[in-house]
Design a binder for this molecule. Structure first.
Ligand code: SAH
Length: 224
């Protein structure tokens, strides 16, 4: 962990974060690397000051522009599904929907190279500052519609989306490396987490539908 990350962590009591991690365990999160990274990541710096005292509650919270920082449980769960399905073979991951940058920061401590796209420019700018503040330098960001992925930087061993489309964008599937893994919520009013794995080098994809979830919608285009 970087010194800055340590400082950020020091600002809230260890007990508060330990309680959150215990809650994640109680809900069935078992990946120790994920739990350890979340124990050591200062979620409060990804929130506006008025809400930062609620950072270690297991709940989604508003981050402005009609968006939310994801619930810690779902961050843990999606990261665990990604790591588990990729079988220790994750060099490069694309995230669609940077938002606050919290999920990005968790990924960046587990994967050597993280690419993250966000369609709302002010959210992206804030997230970039926060990642810099805690000393994470292995994240590339782009202001773009993630429906097109980030083809120039691909293919990816893993892709994670933190916004829910009605159907999985083809471009994301195309940008998966052989045996690459996509974790994405799909649906409208009713959504389910989907796990899609590219079979070797083929254009054949295996899909597993996991638990019901609730994410903000995956929107087209970008906004300044
Ligand atoms: N992981 C983030 C979640 C933020 S909410 C966090 O914990 O803070 C989802 C984000 O996805 C929002 O910031 C929203 O603007 C973004 N988003 C929605 N559709 C998108 C698209 N097509 N391309 C890029 N970002 C998108």
């Amino acid at each position: 962990m970087t010194d800055l990350l340590m400082q950020g962590v020091g600002m809230t009591s260890l007990r508060t974060r330990e309680r959150l991690i215990q809650r994640l365990r109680d809900q069935g999160v078992t990946n120790l690397r994920v739990l350890d990274v979340m124990l050591n990541t200062p979620r409060h710096i990804f929130l506006d000051e008025a809400l930062s005292h609620r950072a270690y509650e297991d709940t989604a919270l508003p981050i402005g522009h009609g968006q939310t920082i994801s619930q810690p449980y779902i961050v843990a769960r999606m990261t665990e599904v990604l790591l588990g399905a990729a079988g220790g073979n994750l060099q490069k991951v694309l995230e669609v929907g940077t938002g606050s940058g919290y999920q990005t920061s968790v990924l960046a401590q587990l994967v050597p190279h993280v690419y993250s796209v966000e369609r709302i420019k002010p959210l992206q700018d804030k997230a970039r500052d926060r990642l810099r503040q805690i000393g994470l330098r292995n994240v590339q960001m782009r202001h773009a519609d993630g429906g097109f992925g980030w083809p120039e930087a691909g293919p990816y061993d893993g892709i994670i989306s933190t916004a829910a489309p009605q159907a999985i964008p083809d471009e994301l599937l195309k940008q998966l490396a052989p045996n690459g893994v996509l974790v994405i919520p799909v649906g409208g009013r009713e959504q389910h987490l989907h796990l899609v794995i590219r079979e070797d080098e083929s254009d054949h994809f295996v899909t597993r539908i996991l638990e019901p979830v609730k994410f903000v919608p995956f929107l087209s285009g970008t906004s300044r």
